[in-house]
Design a protein around this ligand. Structure first.
Ligand code: HEC
Length: 121
């Protein structure tokens, strides 16, 4: 009887653990891994949209987005909003994320360049 109880407890704890683990894995999957270098496809996409853009700006935008925009709610997918809506969203959200104007612009450029990749595929 005692053993059964222990097994049941372990099963419940195990299930709870797996569930929460699953949750955190999903969050991790939704958060792109930010590398020190701009991904090649992102670089190509950004240059197509903003000729002559500095890769460092897009990389910074990516870091800002992943670092600051998922704090109060989930980090939304870059194709969550249309191209027309994102600038308005950024006007609205940048102050909440304590971004200055330059950071806001870089983040917006990153979002739209990354969005192009997702939408065109
Ligand atoms: C301080 C908290 C906070 C931060 C930081 C923040 N947001 Fe938000 N965001 C909110 C809240 C609150 C709402 C919901 C507003 C409402 O619906 O009235 C929201 C809504 C949104 C929505 C609209 C969701 C929908 O379904 O229409 C988007 C998109 C969004 N945020 C993107 C961003 C981006 C991009 C950043 C980074 C620049 C960001 N948020 C940073 C608090 C935050």
């Amino acid at each position: 009887m005692k053993i059964k109880f222990v097994i049941l407890t372990l099963a419940v704890v195990g299930l709870t653990f797996c569930k929460s683990k699953k949750g955190s894995t999903e969050t991790a999957a939704a958060t792109p891994v930010v590398k020190e270098e701009l991904a090649a496809d992102l670089k190509t996409s950004a240059e197509a949209r903003y000729p002559g853009v500095a890769s460092a700006d897009i990389l910074e935008g990516q870091k800002l987005y992943t670092g600051k925009c998922g704090k109060c709610h989930e980090l939304f997918a870059v194709d969550y909003k249309t191209e027309e809506k994102w600038p308005k969203i950024m006007d609205w959200m940048a102050p909440k994320a304590n971004m200055d104007d330059a950071q806001k612009q870089k983040t917006l450029k990153y979002i739209l360049a990354a969005r192009d990749i997702k939408v065109k595929k």
